[in-house]
Design a protein. Structure first.
Length: 217
């Protein structure tokens, strides 16, 4: 009898438990008790330092200069797009509208959408594009600037691909990911901006970070 119980227990752990864990997580229970810090560590003066977003200076759809310092202390959701994109960008922007709506009255949560085609996406183009999606002034920044700096921000800071690519739709390669940045400029998650379920996960993750003020999220 004891041997039979052991066999059943082993079968439970092999066949049933993984499915229960999946259902448990898929329903969001305790999903955001903690969020990972993403990116390689570095050693600075003998101290271990977590990957952070590099300094930047871009111009938004109102001609305002947006820098790392001007957003420091805010929770940021970042992505990359271009205004003439006929592929994933429209859906990403629609999903970002959902994100904005959830946090429209919370001042320290910002959205930062970077163009990968700054030679076309000037301030006027970005303003028109932002208006299509109801971007709130001071909340959702569509930014342009030096092309090389924009691409370096994508690859080196946000850890997602951004580049010109003749084989990509529209001639530019960029990720569909929304990148979640905490108050100290650390990456805390990647969420598919074309997937409504993952966007819902992002919203929950932002709420989790919002509930903490220190560095121990």
């Amino acid at each position: 009898m004891t041997k039979r119980i052991k066999q059943l227990s082993i079968l439970f752990f092999i066949l049933v438990l993984p499915s229960l864990i999946y259902v448990f997580l898929a329903n969001g229970v305790h999903r955001h008790e903690s969020l990972p810090f993403i990116g390689e560590y570095s050693i600075v003066n003998g101290d271990t330092v977590q990957h952070t977003i590099a300094d930047f200076s871009f111009t938004n759809q109102f001609g305002e200069t947006i820098t790392q310092d001007s957003l420091f202390g805010d929770i940021i959701i970042a992505d990359f797009f271009f205004s003439t994109c006929g592929g994933i960008c429209p859906e990403m922007s629609k999903q970002m509208m959902v994100v904005q709506e959830n946090f429209r009255d919370i001042n320290d949560i910002k959205i930062l959408s970077h163009t990968v085609n700054p030679e076309f996406d000037n301030v006027d183009v970005l303003r028109d594009y932002a208006e299509q999606y109801g971007a709130m002034k001071g909340k959702w920044h569509f930014v342009t600037g030096d092309k090389e700096q924009l691409y370096k921000m994508g690859v080196n800071s946000y850890l997602i691909p951004t580049q010109e690519d003749v084989l990509a739709p529209g001639g530019f390669l960029h990720s569909e990911m929304f990148v979640l940045i905490d108050r100290q400029q650390h990456i805390r998650g990647f969420f598919d901006g074309t997937n409504s379920n993952q966007v819902r996960d992002l919203i929950n993750a932002v709420k989790f970070l919002k509930s903490y003020k220190g560095t121990s999220e």
